[in-house]
Design a protein around this ligand. Structure first.
Ligand code: TRP
Ligand code: ZN
Length: 893
């Protein structure tokens, strides 16, 4: 079959750059019709390079002038192609070892809908250079192992663009003719060009200071669209918390005099760590209690921390090449996770990470785009900013932390910076620092960087009462994925030996206590199969495996309902208490799915009782943990369970079974839910942190269950609360929880609430996104048609990534039952959006195209619809490489 997957590039083909750049002097002049970029590069032949021409990347640049050492280059000296400029000689003479290259190009930021390079958003100009956007600004060897010191002068109309920002320190400003002005910035640190940034806009700024522990003062600034200063406070506080945390935990200080965050409404991703000048999606800056939810506030904490932490893990030490992306992303996600754990709740943070891994990364690892955290090949790097590189990458770093311990991990980080500050390095360099600092052999552990797929871990336990001995046999397996098959076809070897897996284990005794003196023991599984023996165990224990989710694997462990209930009640590890509940619920739901989601006789009373206990516990102890425990396994996770068992995914039966279980719990536990609702009523003014976050989460969850009641109770008792909460709650957390529940109900109150919400918030873009999202994720029939209608609504704009994510991605990724509709309408909708969007914004279009990852796991009739949709995308004229790779791999299977 024709797939047309674009050409891949391979890690094994890495060669050092032929030329290095020591300094870059940029002049960017912004005009009404275009921007003009002059660049002066001090280049030097790399003594360790392969030799050859001076090759510069460049895309959509109109070349105006080209000179070496002051002399304009004659056309015969260079070759200009669509994506590169190759300079072979300097007017007949061989290129000197050192040279100054001067270029002048024109670019069209107003026409840049890809949001990569220099682009316009509303009334300002912004850049995004990772991964390969700098080549859309000027000719340059656009690869992260070329590190240079940058100066940048920006010139623009003063009235329209009062703020002119770039990396580093402001060194000069001045006036130009015609009401224009300029500013020159100098970054004292050499950096790869993907960390370059500039901004020219009219913005309000919130300023603050941070005193580093060595006594320097850093000026902090958060820049936002005029009128939004009242929504910046939380981001600023998060920045200061992050700075203090990185000093405390890792001894890492801010190294610049300025640290700026600029919020922009049109942005492909969450945020970007440009040196000293982070550019953020507004979603991760702007927040006020009435516009943002508790989850939004925490998202801001995490993303601000993430980008700040990149200053060391990413910027000071960067990646040699893009295959090493997880070197910075996995490590920085691990760091922001630890920050989240320290400033919020460690257990809740971890549970949310595990859930996200199961919903997004496990399916990725089982589908056509499966790849290791360090892929050996890719066609389009933008397609590899994935759950695997980020989240599984963080899991791999966490496993190192688990294996060597906190103290050795800290020494490993210190050694990593001592060795590699100012360098562009590889994942091996990171692991080597961890190994050398800890003395733990991590040679075998490196396989985690090279293997795709989620390993299976089979466990078998046996207790010998006579010998007071517990024996545990662990067996690992990992089947080759689509990725390994592709590598094999390319003639590349695969190292398929066993992985080094840290299995954190507890043995829970009948009285609920831990049998092991250290409570949790980390078993280092290195063989394919290994037996561990525990002596002096006084009674038959229930094994608690993978405490804290110590490894990203599927666990196959035959534990009975009573054993799981025992762990739910007693496990000293809160993550595994939660996990036991999820396993129990999954088992029940799979039985319900097998029954077509019909009836309720597959729901055991013991489960209802366990839920009641969790709820009681939550009221007495930790409401946030109880809220996590009461969320049933997601439809996507149940789908993976079916696929893993070799069955066709049945999205309808999954949906029905899950709702049936929710309704059953609502009916059986109504009084308990009502009591909890009353007990959890707010008692203090809103704050986005502290215990009230957990109380709100639990109360809204309970309200969601109550809304599953029979029509009579719903209308008489629940509906009034939902509508009141929608219109009367002072905080967005409660409002959106009620609106999201109402959006699933076929009632006149639904329309009224949605309309009122829209008219109240139509001027607040991020809140309008929530309005789109609750509709896109609705259970109601006709949701696909409503999404199409909303795409024509004035509130929607296909060029704005946040709008596409809120409406289309939410529909495709978070509403599996409607996306996988039997009539193929979900697939057609996605294909319509992707074909339209790919010409404008290939990165975002490719992200939507990833919704088709699991198309081969649904039944034959659905598959036929999905194939038709995929082929229609594939056959689109001039298909962008980003989308071509995703769709090509999906069709290859
Ligand atoms: N490096 C960014 C981060 O993880 C990711 C990012 C921001 C990005 N913008 C992008 C990646 C555009 C690709 C394209 O923090
Ligand atoms: Zn990052």
């Amino acid at each position: 079959m024709r797939t047309d997957t674009p050409q891949s590039i391979y890690l094994k083909d890495y060669t050092p750059p032929a030329w290095l750049v020591d300094t870059v002097d940029l002049h960017v002049a912004i005009h009404d019709t275009h921007a003009e970029v002059r660049a002066t590069l001090a280049c030097r032949r790399n003594p360790a390079g392969p030799g050859g021409a001076l090759v510069l990347d460049g895309e959509e640049l109109a070349l105006q002038e080209l000179a070496i050492d002051g002399a304009a280059l004659a056309p015969f000296c260079y070759a200009l192609a669509d994506d590169r400029l190759a300079i072979a000689s300097a007017n007949g003479a061989p290129l000197p070892e050192r040279l100054t290259l001067a270029t002048r190009v024109r670019i069209a930021p107003d026409a840049n809908t890809q949001l990569s390079g220099l682009y316009r958003s509303k009334d300002g100009y912004f850049t995004q250079c990772e991964a390969q956007g700098f080549r859309r600004i000027t000719f340059y060897p656009d690869r992260p192992d070329v590190m240079a010191r940058f100066t940048c002068t920006i010139e623009a109309a003063r009235e329209r663009f009062p703020q002119l920002l770039s990396n580093g320190n402001l060194v000069a400003t001045g006036d130009a003719t015609d009401g224009r002005h300029w500013a020159r910035w100098e970054d004292p640190y050499a950096k790869p060009c993907y960390l370059f940034a500039l901004v020219a806009a009219k913005l309000d700024v919130l300023e603050d200071r941070f005193a580093t522990r060595s006594g320097r003062t850093v000026r902090l600034a958060v820049y936002v669209e005029p009128g939004k200063l009242d929504q910046c406070g939380h981001a600023m506080a998060a920045l200061k918390k992050s700075m203090a945390w990185d000093e405390r935990r890792f001894g890492l200080e801010m190294d610049l005099d300025h640290y700026m965050i600029v919020a922009v409404g049109d942005f492909n991703m969450g945020a970007m760590e440009n040196k000293g000048l982070n550019i953020f999606n507004t979603k991760y800056v702007l927040a006020r209690p009435d516009t943002a939810t508790d989850a939004d506030f925490q998202g801001i904490d995490r993303v601000v921390a993430h980008e700040y932490f990149h200053n060391w893990t990413g910027n000071r030490v960067t990646c040699r090449d893009w295959f090493q992306l997880s070197l910075k992303e996995g490590l920085t996600v691990f760091r922001d996770q630890e920050f989240g754990a320290d400033v919020h709740s460690r257990a809740v943070t971890r549970i949310q990470e595990v859930r996200a891994l199961r919903v997004a990364q496990f399916p990725e690892d089982a589908g056509p785009m499966a790849h290791p955290i360090r892929p050996a090949s890719y066609a389009e790097i933008n397609n590899f900013y994935t759950a695997t590189v980020y989240q599984k990458g963080a899991e791999v770093v966490r496993m190192i932390h688990t294996l060597i311990g906190e103290a050795a991990f800290r020494r490993g980080m210190d050694l990593y910076f001592a060795r590699h500050d100012g360098q562009a390095v590889t994942c091996e360099d990171f692991v080597a620092a961890m190994q050398d600092a800890s003395g733990v052999d991590l040679a075998q552990f490196r396989r985690w960087y090279a293997r795709a797929g989620t390993p299976h871990l089979k466990a078998e336990g046996r207790y010998d009462a006579q010998a007071r001995r517990y024996t545990l046999t662990l067996t690992q397996s990992l089947a080759p994925t689509a990725y390994e098959k592709r590598l094999q076809e390319a003639g590349l070897a695969i190292d398929d030996g066993p992985l080094h897996i840290p299995v954190a284990l507890g043995l829970v005794l009948p009285d609920g206590s831990d049998a092991l003196p250290e409570k949790t023991r980390v078993l280092p599984l290195t063989q394919q199969s290994q037996t561990f023996v525990f002596d002096g165990i006084p009674a038959a224990p229930v094994a608690s495996l993978l405490r804290g989710f110590s490894a990203p694997v599927h666990l196959d462990f035959a534990q009975g309902d009573e054993e799981l209930a025992h762990l739910m009640a007693w496990d000293s590890d809160p993550v595994n208490r939660w996990e036991a509940g999820q396993r129990l619920a999954t088992r029940i739901l799979l039985a319900g799915i097998a029954a077509g989601g019909e009836g309720t006789d597959w729901i055991p009373d013991t489960f209802v009782a366990a839920v009641a206990r969790v709820l009681d516990d939550g009221l007495r102890h930790d409401a946030a943990l109880a809220a996590e425990a009461l969320i049933l396994p997601a439809e996507q996770v149940l789908a993976e369970e079916m696929a893993g068992a070799g069955k066709a995914i049945d999205p309808e039966a999954i949906h029905r079974a899950r709702i049936a279980l929710r309704r059953h719990l609502a009916a059986r536990l109504r009084d308990r839910f009502e009591a909890a609702w009353a007990a959890l009523a707010p008692t203090e003014p809103y704050s986005p942190d502290g215990p009230q976050v957990g109380r709100r989460a639990l109360r809204n969850l309970v309200l969601g269950y109550l809304a599953e009641s029979d029509a009579e109770y719903l209308n008489a008792s629940v509906m009034p609360r939902l509508t009141a909460q929608c219109s009367g709650a002072g905080n967005m957390t409660d409002v959106i929880a009620a609106l999201g529940t109402l959006a699933n109900l076929d009632a006149p109150e639904r329309t009224a609430a949605l309309d009122a919400f829209h008219s109240r918030w139509q001027g607040e873009a991020l809140v309008v996104d929530k309005w789109l999202q609750v509709q896109a994720t609705s259970r109601l029939p006709g949701t696909a048609a409503r999404v199409r209608e909303l795409m024509r609504h004035a509130a929607f704009d296909i060029r704005n990534p946040n709008k596409v994510y809120a409406l289309v991605r939410a529909f495709c990724a978070a509403n599996p039952r409607h996306f996988h509709a039997a009539d193929g309408e979900g697939y057609r909708l996605a294909a319509d959006v992707i074909t339209e969007l790919q010409a404008m914004n290939p990165q975002v279009a490719a992200r939507i195209a990833r919704s088709f990852d699991r198309w081969r796991q649904v039944d034959a009739a659905r598959q036929a619809h999905a194939r038709a949709a995929l082929e229609r995308i594939r056959d689109c004229a001039g298909l962008a490489r980003d989308v071509a790779e995703v769709v090509g791999k999906a069709l290859e299977g």
